[in-house]
Design a protein around this ligand. Structure first.
Ligand code: KG4
Ligand code: ZN
Length: 341
């Protein structure tokens, strides 16, 4: 296989990810998640995540090298997520990457987490279409980005003004009595239900569109679902969990797809890439593909394992930085939790 052998490290949230790629070929994607440790809190606890990264880093590095059948000494470069994300969590990955870069005498590349979510697609579908419009939806972010050169950066067109899409899935799942993280459970429950309730589509009124054309809002939707469920419980009737899940999911996917398509159309972009944990959602994939076809727009969604946070996405972007001759980071690379998305 061709291209540089690149190691990627991801620790921006609750996944400790170590990936190895050669060029655009995925060799290993080792992920250790602390999600179970956060479950009883209903969300990611930063201190718990940082400690879990510390404990998982070396074993995950070893597992990735073993799976790929390479020695760390053979890597050509080390890439690491330097932001945005949880400050303490990012620090663990950045420190590990620096230690490796120094110890192995290899160049270090700090990368933007969102750009890595975009770059990962080429491990599955080949060279990235550039320009493309990226819809990144996870528990921590929900953004629309314009991408002309993924190694230079991603340009935000819009983002959530309150909850992230995945956060909305998790909160609604919780109030329906489904386990955390709730997204996959809502997805599954919705398949047994019907879209019977017309929940609100955030930031789609004419007035909201003037200021928030490509932004999202999911907190009003979450409140609407909570009110609906409460009213049902007060009336003594059973809550139709599958129908509520399907109706909520439809409201989220409708807005995500509508705005992504409008953004692409406005910028004359013909390729949409969807990433982040929520990209695993079956309705989102189906709706995006169906509506995009009507407008002559192509949609690419990596397989679910590559959509959620992982080290391979960081390695993929690292390999692209090397391939396009970008300058490595210096060894004082900071962890930048508030890096612009
Ligand atoms: O990218 P990710 O693993 O981590 C970050 O949050 O950065 O995304 C996790 C989020 C969670 O909120 C989870 O509920 C959601 O992605 N998710 C889904 C599905 N699978 C995961 N949401 C909707 N449908 C799914 N099938
Ligand atoms: Zn992410």
């Amino acid at each position: 296989s061709e291209g540089p052998l690149v190691l990627g490290i991801e620790t921006s949230c609750d996944e400790t990810g170590v990936g190895l790629v050669r060029g655009t070929t995925l060799l290993a994607d080792a992920v250790a998640s602390s999600v179970d440790e956060h479950a009883r809190f209903g969300g990611v606890v930063p201190e718990v995540a940082s400690r879990a990264h510390l404990e998982a880093m070396v074993p995950t590095l070893e597992r990735a090298a073993e799976t790929a059948g390479v020695r760390l000494h053979d890597v050509d470069a080390i890439a690491v997520t330097s932001g945005p994300g949880l400050a303490g969590a990012l620090l663990v990955g950045v420190a590990a990457a620096k230690a490796l870069a120094i110890g192995l005498g290899k160049p270090l590349y700090g990368v933007n987490h969102l750009a890595a979510h975009v770059a990962v697609d080429q491990l599955e579908h080949g060279p990235l279409p550039e320009p493309c419009l990226a819809l990144l939806v996870s528990g921590g972010h929900s953004s629309l980005l314009e991408v002309h050169d993924v190694t230079v950066g991603v340009e935000p067109m819009g983002a959530t003004i309150d909850d992230a899409a995945g956060e909305a899935f998790d909160k609604v799942a919780r109030l329906l009595g489904l386990p955390f993280p709730g997204g996959p459970h809502i997805d599954r429950a919705a398949r047994e239900g019907q879209v019977t309730i017309d929940f609100p589509r955030g930031l789609t009124s004419r007035r909201d569109l003037e200021r928030h054309r490509f932004d999202f809002s999911f907190s009003g939707l979450k409140t609407a679902v909570a009110r609906w469920v409460e009213a049902r419980e007060r009336s003594g009737e059973p809550v139709p969990v599958a129908d509520v899940a399907a109706s909520f999911q439809e409201a989220v996917c409708d807005v995500l797809v509508r705005k992504a398509l409008d953004a692409a159309t406005e910028r004359g972009i013909e390729d949409i890439l969807i990433g982040g944990g929520v990209a695993a959602n079956s309705r989102l994939r189906a709706l995006a593909t169906e509506r995009a076809a009507d407008r002559g727009i192509r949609v690419r969604v990596p397989r679910p394992g590559l959509c959620t946070d992982n080290g391979a996405m960081v390695a993929a972007l690292g390999a692209e930085l090397v391939a396009r001759g970008r300058t490595p980071s210096t060894l004082d690379l900071p962890a930048d939790s508030s890096m612009p998305v």
